[in-house]
Design a protein around this ligand. Sequence first.
Ligand SMILES: *Cc1c(COP(=O)(O)O)cnc(C)c1O
Length: 395
Amino acid sequence: MIPLLDLKKQYAAIQKEADEAVTAVLSGGSYIMGENVRAFEKEFAAYLGVKHAVSAGNGTDALVIALEALGIGAGDEVITTPFTFFATAEAISQVGAVPVFADVRPDTYNLDETKIEAKITPRTKAILPVHIFGQCAEMEAICGIARRHGLRVIEDACQAAGSRYRGKMAGALADISCFSFFPTKNLGCAGDGGMLCTDSEELAIICRALRAHGSGEAGEQAWRLLRGEAVSGEALPAGDATVYQPKKYFNYLIGHNSRLDEVQAALLRVKLRHLPEYIESRQALAHRYDRELSGSALTLPAEAEGCSHAYHLYIVQSGERDRVTAALREAGVATGVYYPVPLHLQKCYQPLGYAEGSLPVAEYLSGRTFAIPLYPEMPKQDQDAVIAAVNRVCR
Ligand SMILES: *Cc1c(COP(=O)(O)O)cnc(C)c1O
């Protein structure tokens, strides 16, 4: 079976560097938020061209912390897309706010900028677009709407590390952005990991506090900041949590235990150096699919103008998805359905009261879209086999 992705191939290609980095952490004795975390935060911020990067335990926590840092909570509404991984909306619900779903565009599958304003109420606090499948949402229009209505914008860039929008990196396009380093993402570790990125020093200070129990120097700074006191502009140390620090036991905010560990950070530093080539490889494979599958009955991905799509997933559409995916499985080609149920129709969101038919584009796509195999190390002969099978099955 040709898999959707193969993480063992990525590890094999960087095994020597990765093993050295991980072994150095294991023998170094500093395991939680030490020098690799500090360095990775700096390197990731530089890669995106943002002022601050604050690591977290995973992408979902990063979203929760971003919302909390912006002061969003009970009684507030956040406008987002229904065509995404559940965590996007779950994070909004976790902080006590209400996700308000606006429909998506039929071409890019991203939040439809023309559907946002009708959803704004006096309770709306923020817009949370997702760069779905690795292509940036219409950020210029979205940020323009936010400015006009006094709203904040949070990017869910969990699928979009390495993606670009009008010359800027995904994750550098709004008030704050969130990344996931789940193993299957464009930049993945060997476990869970996440990151918050922002140009705002205030938001960075609050995020640093919230990710580790609101304690320590980060907690104290955030507390002073939130009370309107002057805070020194000095960058805060991440703090080596395996070393005794007296301030660790002074708590200033109700936060989380959501830290990146040194093993993951060391591995991510190695992989970040390879990220540009991973993205180029994803794009080359995607563009070959575009050419070779253009005669098939599938609807292929559309690239929006001014965007450099990172192809986290290569998503196609078919009106006969069940037949096509079964025939491809029969032919030895794995497929994956992203996403079969739009979030406004998930059982857990029944209390929000969305009817079937209320967000027709997301519902239409949920019945048609699926991914075919694509990952940076995909062998050419595997892609040849996928192309031949798809062209046979979807004439
Ligand atoms: C993966 C993902 C998340 C959650 O990230 P985790 O690290 O798994 O918590 C959130 N949003 C989107 C769009 C994702 O793809």
